[in-house]
Design a protein around this ligand. Structure first.
Ligand code: ZN
Length: 74
């Protein structure tokens, strides 16, 4: 990720400026290379979600996401 790059949330379309030292918001970046046996046949999907849209997304999960405490946090 480069300096002063902005990321657009694929879900809500809002723009977020992402700087290496101070993120105004954390962004979820998803990059998935679909394999030969998927119905997408070796295409690559890349999208970004803001934290708000991510939260809405995981609320739809039947099984909640696994939560672990980050050991690297100071
Ligand atoms: Zn969003």
């Amino acid at each position: 990720m480069q300096k002063n790059e902005f990321v657009v949330c694929n879900c809500c379309g809002r723009k977020f400026f992402v700087q290496p030292d101070k993120n105004e918001m954390e962004i979820v970046h998803v990059e998935k290379e679909w394999g030969y046996f998927s119905r997408k046949d070796t295409t690559r999907h890349i999208f970004d979600l803001c934290e708000e849209c991510y939260d809405k997304w995981i609320l739809e999960f039947k099984i909640p996401v696994e939560e672990k405490e980050s050991l690297e946090l100071l």
